[in-house]
Design a protein around this ligand. Structure first.
Ligand SMILES: Cc1ncc(C[n+]2csc(CCOP(=O)(O)OP(=O)(O)O)c2C)c(N)n1
Length: 403
């Protein structure tokens, strides 16, 4: 077994002690033919990501040679079809939530239009015992995990901090403070491992949040203790108005793994096939005791940061338009259609199911009436606290004035 194979499929404990590999790391995974080392081939450290983002299906919906070189297997037709339907549903959910925010039914909504491949793949690669740790951006991932769309939007309504039962769905409340979900995920994964439970935690995090201390503490702990955690950075180009180049000097956010001893990868975040393959492999490795993986997905936020933001003030609309051609949903649809795996009737069926779900979501939100602001204070701390009571009384006095 080569050093590369040990990094990917073994426990990984020996990787740190290995000399630098003689072959390019990306060549020797999952049965792809390894190219012989030549003096011209620079040695790459096994923890470093592929030189170019892994892509299995290109923007035109064609299989890529580059993806084959990286050694990842194309997911099977069943997985890809499942991802396609989930992405169509997710996009329609996102449009509906955006509309509800514009109509004043939600306090705020951070769209994930353009990031559906990342979010759907993150939900699909996890098993029932695994945990997802999402951020405020990740409503599409949360509902793809099987959580009711109304419960998914409870936070965005300005109601309870979390509308679903995290323990039941093994999905943490969506984190609004940046990167705090990282240490939480590592803690849950580490504890599960100590108890001998078969649990992997997957953390969703934004590019901006990789500058936070919590992100680095989570990576360090996970690496030292070989915690079964997968970190997926959705690099969507901006942290509100801060572009990536003002956020980091690293060649890829995935390079941040090497300093902690974490194997890392970068991929095309609009290619659902690449996400399923790379995330799937990382989850399998974590489950087998191989420790954490850091994955950077290159994607783009097509909409404003949230419904309260004006991206016209900080980014070029032409750049945003250029990403339309890389759309993750259309890309997978093209591939599946060309392969004869998806018919016009299937496409219409998926759209109809997504529409029904969105209509149901809208109806239930409208019928449920405005949230009661004081419920914000419930279920925060067993037995309450003096400060909470004081804040609740202040809010009650304020709302009484409005009435
Ligand atoms: C600890 C902390 N600092 C600042 C903020 C304010 N804030 C909210 S979103 C955001 C940008 C986050 O960007 P990124 O991590 O790239 O995620 P994205 O919104 O692009 O998905 C900031 C600075 C916050 N929520 N938490």
């Amino acid at each position: 077994m080569s050093t590369v194979e040990q990094t990917r499929s073994g426990t990984g404990t020996e990787v740190k002690r290995q000399p630098a590999p003689r072959t390019v790391r990306t060549r020797a995974r999952s049965g792809a033919t390894a190219a012989p080392a030549t003096p011209a081939t620079p040695a790459r450290h096994p923890l470093l990501p592929s030189e170019h983002p892994v892509r299995l299906i290109d923007a035109d919906g064609r299989r890529t040679a580059a993806g084959q070189d990286a050694g990842y297997e194309l997911p099977d037709a069943e997985q890809l079809l499942k991802a396609y339907r989930a992405m169509v549903t997710g996009r329609r959910f996102d449009q509906q939530a955006t509309a509800l925010a514009k109509q004043g039914e939600l306090a705020v909504y951070p769209s994930s239009h353009g990031q559906e491949a990342c979010q759907v793949a993150a939900a699909l690669v996890l098993g029932e015992n695994d945990w997802l740790f999402p951020t405020y951006r990740d409503c599409v991932a949360v509902q793809a995990r099987g959580i009711d769309p109304v419960e998914t939007l409870t936070l965005m309504r300005g109601d309870w901090h979390c509308g679903y039962d995290p323990a039941l769905h093994r999905t943490a409340p969506q984190a609004t403070p940046l990167a705090t979900q990282g240490p939480h995920a590592v803690g849950v994964a580490h504890a599960a491992r100590l108890r001998g439970e078969d649990t992997v935690a997957l953390v969703l995090i934004g590019d901006g949040a990789t500058s936070e201390g919590d992100f680095h503490e989570a990576l360090n702990f996970a690496a030292v203790f070989k915690s079964p955690v997968v970190f997926l950075v959705q690099n969507n180009g901006f942290a509100i108005s801060v572009p990536l180049e003002k956020q980091t000097a690293a060649p890829s956010l995935a390079y941040k793994g090497i300093g902690y001893g974490i194997p890392s990868e970068q991929l095309d975040g609009n290619d659902a096939a690449a996400l399923l393959a790379v995330l799937g492999e990382a989850v399998t490795r974590a489950r087998a005791g191989g420790g954490p993986t850091l994955i950077e997905a290159h994607t783009y936020r097509m909409d404003p940061h949230s419904s309260a933001d004006d991206p016209g003030r900080y980014r070029d609309a032409a750049v945003t338009d250029s990403w339309v051609a890389k759309d993750p949903v259309a890309r997978l649809e093209r591939y599946l259609t060309a392969e004869g795996l998806l018919s016009g009737a299937d496409i219409a069926d998926a759209a109809r199911a997504a529409e029904e779900r969105a209509v149901d979501l809208r109806g239930r939100i409208l019928r449920s009436g405005p949230p009661e602001p004081r419920t914000l204070f419930h279920h925060i701390r067993s037995g309450g606290s003096a400060q909470l009571s004081e804040q609740e009384a202040l809010l009650a006095a304020e709302t009484a004035l409005e009435d």
